[in-house]
Design a protein around this ligand. Sequence first.
Ligand SMILES: CCCNc1ncnc2c1ncn2[C@@H]1O[C@H](/C=C/CNC(=O)c2cc(-c3ccc(F)cc3)cc(O)c2O)[C@@H](O)[C@H]1O
Ligand SMILES: [Mg+2]
Length: 214
Amino acid sequence: TRTTRPQRLLKAVQDRAIRGNPKSVISVIDHYCRNQEWAMNVGDEKGFILDSVVSELNPQTVLELGTYCGYSAVRIGRLLHSGARLLTLEFNPDYAAVAREVISWAGLENTVQLVEGASGDWIPRLREHFGIHTFDFIFLDHWKEGYLADIKLLEECRLLRKGTVLLADNVVCPGAPDYLEYVRKSPLYDSRYFKSHLEYTKAEDGLEKSVYLG
Ligand SMILES: CCCNc1ncnc2c1ncn2[C@@H]1O[C@H](/C=C/CNC(=O)c2cc(-c3ccc(F)cc3)cc(O)c2O)[C@@H](O)[C@H]1O
Ligand SMILES: [Mg+2]
């Protein structure tokens, strides 16, 4: 049977990227998705904004919602200092299998932990299961209609603390209007929009950075 898009992206990584070199994994995926087959990675342009937010914050505990092929997990993981950890949640087993390989090819298996399952099921269990108190940084890039429910669940589970930074992909395209309205209106957040473009295209998209005020 035909291979899937994530499987073809993984093959490009294994054929072209240098093992243990996250930078080469990132550039191989961006080149492949720009020139051969588009895929919904955050990409290089929005990725540069993601990099600057992570580098400035230097987080110790990071949560990612929606691993897909592992591109942003590698992007974030490569910037984390020793002892820092990224937990990334993915509920599609086929995507999770590809992402594990991509994360391993980048040599980040000791920094990035992929947890298979739905965010709604796992968020309430992260503290008891992984001994996490609160997150320093959260990257939202899963189903756009799930952003709002999950940020509210994170609040309820007290996994946010004063200064926790949430960065949401695709707030314009495909869009997350209910999430945007919430973080921009709520007194609990200081929110800011970083205008950019949809990965590998000229269409507008952007990232919303929201600081939890606690
Ligand atoms: C409701 C939340 C459910 N909880 C969940 N828990 C764990 N993993 C979840 C997940 N939801 C989705 N996922 C996974 O996240 C990933 C989903 C991402 C959804 N992303 C998009 O739809 C998306 C779509 C576009 C896009 C933009 C324009 C266009 F023409 C076509 C596509 C661009 C992006 O950057 C995107 O991120 C998958 O790997 C999926 O299996
Ligand atoms: Mg996205």
